[in-house]
Design a binder for this molecule. Structure first.
Ligand SMILES: Nc1nc2c(ncn2[C@@H]2O[C@H](COP(=O)(O)OP(=O)(O)OP(=O)(O)O)[C@@H](O)[C@H]2O)c(=O)[nH]1
Ligand SMILES: [Mg+2]
Length: 296
C-alpha cells in the first residue's frame, strides 16, 4: 500500500495500470475530511477518531496531506508521534503524502491515494489537510463528510470565512473546548450557519465541542458524522458528491495531460514560432492559440 501511494505521489507512469486494476475493488470506504487552521488539533482529533473506529473493528486509513510547504516537516513529525499508539496496529494504515511532483496537484493525487486505501480494504479513511490554501480546502470538501475544526480565539471565525472553510463544513468542531471562549466560538459559528439558506431537507452543519487531547466530545462528533452519512445516503447527496469527486479527478488528470502536451509544444518551438508571428502582428493571439490547440 505504501509503495502504491508513492507511485501516486510521484505521478508514476505505472499509475495508469494500477488505477485500472484498483477500480473494481474500490468504492466501499467512507472518507472523512478534516481541515482547519494549523495547530487547531486536526491530528489529535484524527488519532482519537482512529481509536473510536478501531473500537468498532473498522479498518482505518489515515492520509495526512502535506501542503508542499517547507514548514510542515516538523508538523508531520509531530503527527507521527501522536499516531504512535496506532503505528503497530495492523488494522490501521497511516501515511503522510506530499504532492509536490504531481502535475494534477492535490485534486488528482488525493483521490488516487484514497482509491488505493479503499481497495486495500479500509472501511474508513481520514484525510487531514491544513485549511490554509484554496486547494487544501477543496480537497477536504471532496470527502463524504467534511469536518472543519476551529479553536477558541479571536478572529477564528473570520479566518475560516476567508479560507472558504465555512462553505465546505458538514460538521463543525470547536476543539480545545478546555480553553476560554469555546462557547462564544461555538455561538459565533452557529450564528454564521443560521445566516445561510436552509431549504427543507437540506443539511444544517452542527457544531460539536471537543477536547481532542482528552478524547472528550468524540462520541458526539461520531454521532454527528453518522447522522450526516445517513442524511447523505437518504438524500442522494452522497452519490452526488462521489460523482463530483470523480469528475474533479478526471478533469485534473485531463488537464495535467494537456499541460504536459503543451509543455512538449513549447519545447518543440511551436509556441515560439506562433508567438513571434503574434509579436510581428502577422496573426492575432486567438488564431495562434487555435493553431496550438489543433496540435495538442
Ligand atoms: N488544550 C488543548 N490542546 C489540544 C487539544 N487538542 C490538541 N491540542 C494540542 O494542540 C497542539 C496541536 O495539535 P495538532 O493535533 O498537532 O494540531 P493540527 O491541527 O494537526 O496541527 P497541524 O497539522 O500542524 O496543522 C498539540 O500540542 C496538541 O496536544 C485540546 O482539545 N485542548
Ligand atoms: Mg496535524
Amino acid at each position: 500500500v505504501a509503495r502504491l501511494i508513492s507511485l501516486v505521489e510521484d505521478a508514476s507512469p505505472e499509475l495508469r495500470e494500477v488505477a485500472r486494476l484498483l477500480a473494481p475493488r474500490a468504492g466501499r470506504a467512507r472518507v472523512l475530511g478534516l481541515t482547519g487552521a494549523p495547530g487547531v488539533g486536526k491530528s489529535t482529533t484524527t488519532a482519537a477518531l482512529v481509536t473510536a473506529y478501531r473500537e468498532k473493528d473498522a479498518r482505518v486509513g489515515v492520509l495526512a496531506v502535506d501542503p508542499s510547504s517547507p514548514f510542515s516537516g516538523g508538523a508531520l513529525l509531530g503527527d507521527r508521534v501522536r499516531m504512535q499508539e496506532h503505528a503497530t496496529d495492523p488494522g490501521v494504515f497511516i501515511r503522510s503524502m506530499a504532492t509536490r511532483g504531481h502535475l494534477g496537484g492535490l485534486s488528482a493525487a488525493v483521490p488516487q491515494a484514497l482509491r488505493v486505501l479503499d481497495a486495500a480494504g479500509c472501511d474508513v479513511v481520514l484525510v487531514e489537510t491544513v485549511g490554509v490554501g484554496q486547494s487544501e480546502v477543496e480537497v477536504a470538501a471532496l470527502a463524504d463528510t467534511t469536518i472543519v475544526l476551529l479553536a477558541p480565539g479571536m478572529g477564528d471565525g473570520i479566518q475560516a470565512a476567508k479560507a472558504g472553510l465555512l462553505e465546505v463544513a458538514d460538521v463543525f468542531v470547536v476543539n480545545k473546548a478546555d480553553r476560554d471562549g469555546a462557547d462564544s466560538t461555538a455561538r459565533e459559528i452557529r450564528h454564521m450557519v443560521s445566516l445561510g439558506a436552509h431549504p427543507p431537507g437540506s443539511w444544517r452543519p452542527p457544531v460539536v465541542k471537543t477536547v481532542a487531547s482528552r478524547g472528550e466530545g468524540l462520541v458526539d462528533l461520531l454521532a454527528e458524522v453518522d447522522r450526516h452519512a445517513a442524511w447523505a445516503a437518504a438524500s442522494g447527496r452522497g452519490d452526488e458528491r462521489r460523482r463530483h469527486r470523480a469528475a474533479r479527478e478526471v478533469e485534473a488528470i485531463a488537464l495535467a495531460t494537456l499541460r504536459s502536451r503543451m509543455g512538449a509544444l513549447r519545447g518543440g518551438g511551436e509556441l515560439a514560432i506562433l508567438a513571434a508571428r503574434v509579436a510581428r502582428g502577422e496573426t492575432d493571439p486567438y488564431t495562434a492559440a487555435d493553431g496550438l490547440l489543433a496540435d495538442l
